[in-house]
Design a protein around this ligand. Structure first.
Ligand code: CA
Length: 488
């Protein structure tokens, strides 16, 4: 039955492929995604802490999207959202469980329409990739040095530094691709994921640097829900000797220890980022040299944002801005205006519809995202979204971060930590750092009521009926994800 359900859209797409066969202008798509790279560690986004000249090339030659968000800010779920164009409760990956590779994905749709498809690097979805002509992926998180890689039918070991290797594999895919097909390449870096192991070259660049501290490094969490106080992703308390690559100097305590840990964390994190930036440059140079650049949509993003000491934290998961905000730089010659910016709100379930529209393909009705192609062109459709829904599930999980869901609008954010029935409301215009929880302020009663109505409207519209609220699918090795829903 399942194969029959899948057969129809695939057949339709094959017809599209025939229609497009004579069209050599369909753009190539190079999708570069790093892991845990916050937008505020990219100079094109105004970073105060580093320079990323190659990522800046994308911004200079293309469009910088300033409000792109992950709808479940954690590695594995975000990847499933990106591949399917659907929220976690629909694609079956709310936590670190196995992705059911039999469900439709954007890679399958593009492959069926005649694209040559490949993925190299971090996959982290438990099952083997489907919909890709070529793939080589890290097992789980993978290693920074001399990584083992999974290949169809086995494994292989590669000597070197992981960011260089993933780029080498991506370049090999580009150089040895069939010349009569457009390509869809997902280049997925492991860096700069914890525990931030830079190569010697880039480590040296930051070894003696003093990185400016964020304004909220010493946030005392006053007035907020219990979740911030209870979480274990704090720079001072939770970074361990593996993270800092050794114990702190003897006698260091209190604020001096916080300062030391923050510097050790950021020196290594930023060195990992610098290698990603160099390697993005290698791919862009190849596109230029090979003449492919003119007909290739290049996107750089990360699977979510990251706390760079913001709120005293170093991870993600929370619905606060630094965690949910994804960088998104897109160069698309002739379509995206060089040096432009876009402030309309986008979410990671929009990526799959975007790739399909860019390729001239129909967007399946069951995808929950919306194509960003108009936004890339500098347009903002009159009916573009003014709010979106977030949900994080991994509780109890790593870093003891409480499950929550919420709604973000252009100006406000309402968060519900439902297990304790605690709410947070932020005015993002007056309080962009989200330090003042206004939920209990009587003057905000109308705003709270309006946002609650919108929250529950979105929850219903997206068919979130609390499927995974109290019971998660188990680990990647043993879990069986629920069957995908039948397309409308
Ligand atoms: Ca991640």
């Amino acid at each position: 039955m399942k194969s029959m359900l899948l057969a129809l859209p695939v057949l339709l797409l094959m017809q599209c492929a025939v229609l497009h066969a004579a069209d050599s202008k369909r753009p190539n798509i190079l999708y570069i995604m790093s892991d845990d790279h916050a937008a505020h560690a990219i100079s094109a986004y105004g970073s105060r802490i580093n320079q990323t000249p190659n990522l800046d090339r994308l911004a200079k030659d293309g469009v910088r999207l300033d409000r792109v968000f992950a709808v479940n800010s954690i590695c594995t779920p975000s990847r499933a959202c990106i591949l399917t164009g659907k929220y976690s409760h629909i694609n079956g990956v709310p936590v670190f469980n196995r992705f059911d590779g039999s469900q439709p994905t954007v890679a399958k749709y593009l492959q069926a329409a005649g694209y040559h498809t490949g993925i190299f690097g971090k996959w982290h979805l438990g099952s083997e990739p489907t919909g890709f002509d070529r793939w080589m992926i890290l097992p789980g998180q993978g290693n920074y040095f001399n990584p083992r890689l999974l290949v169809p039918g086995g494994t292989t070991n590669v000597t070197g530094y992981v960011t260089d290797i993933i780029t080498d594999l991506s370049l090999d895919f580009l150089k040895n691709r069939p010349q009569d097909k457009p390509f869809f390449l997902m280049c997925h870096h492991k860096a700069p994921h914890r525990n931030w192991q830079p190569d010697e070259k880039h480590k040296a660049l930051f070894a003696d640097k003093v990185i400016p501290e964020p304004a909220t490094l010493r946030d005392d969490y006053a007035g907020r829900a219990d979740a911030l106080r209870e979480c274990t992703q704090k720079v001072l308390e939770n970074l361990n000797t593996s993270d800092t690559k050794g114990p702190p100097p003897t006698g260091l305590a209190g604020d001096a220890l916080l300062k030391w840990k923050y510097q050790r964390y950021m020196q290594d994190y930023l060195a990992c980022v610098q290698s990603v930036d160099d390697n993005v440059g290698r791919l862009l140079d190849y596109l230029d040299r090979s003449g492919l650049a003119g007909n290739t949509l290049v996107i750089y993003t990360s699977d979510q944002g990251f706390f760079l000491g913001d709120h005293g934290l170093y991870d993600k998961r929370f619905m606060y801005e630094e965690s949910i905000r994804m960088p998104f730089l897109a160069r698309w010659p002739g379509m995206a205006k060089p040096g432009s910016t876009q402030s309309a709100m986008a979410i990671n379930v929009d990526f799959a519809p975007t790739f399909l529209e860019a390729a001239g393909l129909p967007i399946p009705a069951d995808m929950q995202g919306r194509s960003l192609v108009p936004l890339l062109k500098g347009e903002r459709p009159a009916d573009w979204r003014t709010s979106w829904y977030y949900r994080y599930y991994h509780d109890p999980g790593d870093h003891n971060t409480r499950a929550h869901y919420g709604v973000r609008t252009e100006t406000h954010k309402l968060i519900y930590f439902w297990k304790k029935d605690q709410w947070e409301l932020y005015d993002l215009v007056k309080d962009p750092e989200e330090l003042h929880n206004l939920y209990a302020d009587p003057a905000q009663a109308d705003t709270v009521a309006r946002l609650k109505t919108e929250l529950y409207r979105l929850k219903k519209e997206l068919k979130d009926d609390d499927q995974f609220a109290n019971k998660h699918p188990s680990s990647q090795k043993t879990a069986t994800a629920p069957k995908p829903k039948k397309p409308k």
